[in-house]
Ligand binder design. Structure first.
Ligand code: XMP
Length: 512
């Protein structure tokens, strides 16, 4: 793999994604990894990421100079670029000019391997206080900016290069090309990481792991579990059984989508458990968000365990398939000290004491890769392009206690909003759009000749790359108007539609 050394910025995963977009497999490693641990992974190249510190700060993470004696190509980005300069004998100084945000990069006519034939001046995204003022011996400076006298350097002989800016973000329009040039041209790596190679490799691994055993998979209706199950099915056929728990907190049409579309596309063995009453009873009268989440998580596990016991009669289901993604793996390895904002009960997630061996075919993949794998496996667009939907479902979109009537009200409003957003062609523009029922709030309205006293519905359209941060989506007024008119006309209990215009932070995407 190409190893992205994480110096503690939020950019390391993004860099790994961009490396993979250049069809080269990559993984993130912490900056505490030693040179020998790095070499154990047989890296084809190493990318040093950006980081929040100054290379001069106390406890600033450093690069072991021995890394540069291993013969492995190295690319430094931002902090990694400075750390590299320093380790190789260049100079890094506090120049007093901070550059933050969009900056113009000047590229001389020759441009070097990284920047040749790119526009002589083009925008890049910068974020630095210190600057490299002298490139190490053997390096050519191939770009500059106002605040960075050395904004890029390279030593193609030793296969080292680096840039002060962030090539991995969209605000650096030529960044992907520069990264690609490092990987393919300077490091000489052949682009082989493709969707079909991912499928082939995973199928081989799954077969090796499961042998002639049987596996069970909880389907949530979301993309990850759907793709994980389809991959395992490709590997072991009908020795896989999927269980779909209908907890009654689903949106309109979701159960049918799994039972009909998914089965039609895959021919998978599917058992649906109708647990609607059980969840309603357990949730009766509960208003606290965390309590709701815990109850839903707990009940889900009980239902799933029962389904598993029922299946035992048909054979030994020793393996459990889960749609764990690469970001979950990275985060659970390095997320020490992060505050617990919400208990994300990934309904589908199970306790450790369950007697299964886990099969996690998506452990190495990012979401966009998972979607491409789904398409490659023949899953319908309606499943592969599905927007995120929380495991606890509508249960955490009713602000107040959950009951059947409120669920029906919210389901209707949600179906209208989704229908109109889809009709307006906005599904790929927005990340997701929670529709929330303020069940304990009433407001006065007038409809026909009469006074109404109904509940508000909140629309929460957001744009995001990874759900960690989000901005509210500026939806066209006509679309908002149609949604509002239809919801207030067609949903009996609702007389008001309001728009949530809060970014994350400070608001989370969901209301509970
Ligand atoms: P928040 O509300 O924390 O949500 O900004 C971030 C993303 O996570 C989804 N979400 C969940 N997904 N189980 C899930 O599987 C959960 O308990 C859960 N809570 C929130 C949310 O829809 C958004 O995409």
């Amino acid at each position: 793999p190409v190893l992205v050394v994480d110096f503690g910025a939020q950019y390391a995963q993004l860099i790994a994604r961009r490396v993979r977009e250049a069809q080269v497999y990559s993984e993130v490693v912490p900056h505490t990894a030693t040179v020998s641990e790095i070499l154990d992974k047989n890296p084809l190249a190493i990318v040093l990421s950006g980081g929040p510190s100054s290379v001069y700060a106390e406890n600033a993470p450093q690069v072991d100079p021995k890394l540069f004696e291993t013969g492995v190509p190295v690319f430094g980005i931002c902090y990694g670029f400075q750390a590299m300069a320093r380790a190789l004998g260049g100079a890094v100084e506090q120049t007093g000019t901070r550059e933050y945000g969009r900056t113009d990069l000047s590229v001389p006519a020759e441009g070097g391997a990284l920047h040749q034939e790119l526009p002589g001046s083009h925008p890049v995204w910068m974020s630095h206080g210190d600057a490299v003022t002298k490139a190490p011996e053997g390096f050519t400076v191939t770009a500059t900016s106002e605040g960075a006298p050395v904004a890029a350097f390279e030593d193609t002989e030793r296969r080292f290069a680096g840039v002060q800016y962030h090539p991995e973000v969209h605000h650096s329009p030529h960044g992907q090309e520069v990264l690609r040039r490092f990987l393919h041209d300077i490091a000489g790596i052949r682009p082989q990481w493709t969707t079909s190679s991912i499928v082939d490799e995973q199928v081989t691994r799954i077969r090796a792991q499961i042998g002639d055993g049987k596996a069970i998979c909880g389907l949530s209706g979301g993309v990850d579990s759907a793709v994980a199950a389809a991959l395992v099915q490709r590997a072991i056929g009908d020795r896989l059984t999927c269980v779909f728990v209908d907890h009654g907190l689903l949106r309109a049409g979701e159960r049918a989508q799994v039972e009909r579309d998914y089965v039609a596309a895959t021919g998978i063995n599917l058992v649906t458990v109708d647990a609607r009453e059980r969840f309603l009873n357990a949730l009766a009268g509960v208003t606290d968000p965390e309590e709701k989440r815990k109850i839903i998580g707990r009940e889900f596990i009980r239902v799933f365990e029962q389904a598993e016991r029922d299946l035992k009669a048909e054979g030994d289901y020793r393996f459990l398939v889960q749609g764990t993604l690469y970001p979950d793996v990275v985060e659970s390895g390095g997320g020490a000290g992060t505050a617990n904002i919400k208990s994300h009960h990934n309904v589908g997630g199970l306790p450790d004491d369950l007697q299964f061996e886990l099969v996690e075919p998506l452990r190495a993949l990012f979401k966009d890769e998972v979607r491409r794998v789904g398409t490659e496996l023949g899953l319908p667009e309606t499943i592969v392009q599905r927007q995120p939907f929380p495991g606890p479902g509508l249960g955490i979109r009713i602000i107040g206690a959950v009951d059947q009537e409120r669920l029906d009200t919210l389901r209707q409003a949600d179906a209208i909003a989704r229908e109109e957003l889809t009709a307006a062609g906005l599904d790929r523009t927005i990340w997701q759009c929670p529709v929330v029922l303020l069940a304990d709030v009433r407001s006065v309205g007038v409809q026909g000749d009469g006074r109404t006293y109904g509940h508000p519905i909140v629309l929460r359209p957001v744009s995001s790359e990874d759900a960690m941060t989000a901005d509210w989506t500026r939806l066209p007024y006509e679309v908002l108007e149609r949604i509002s008119t239809r919801i207030t006309n067609e949903v009996a209990e609702v007389n008001r539609v309001v728009l949530d215009v809060t970014s994350k932070p400070p608001g989370t995407i969901e209301w509970e």
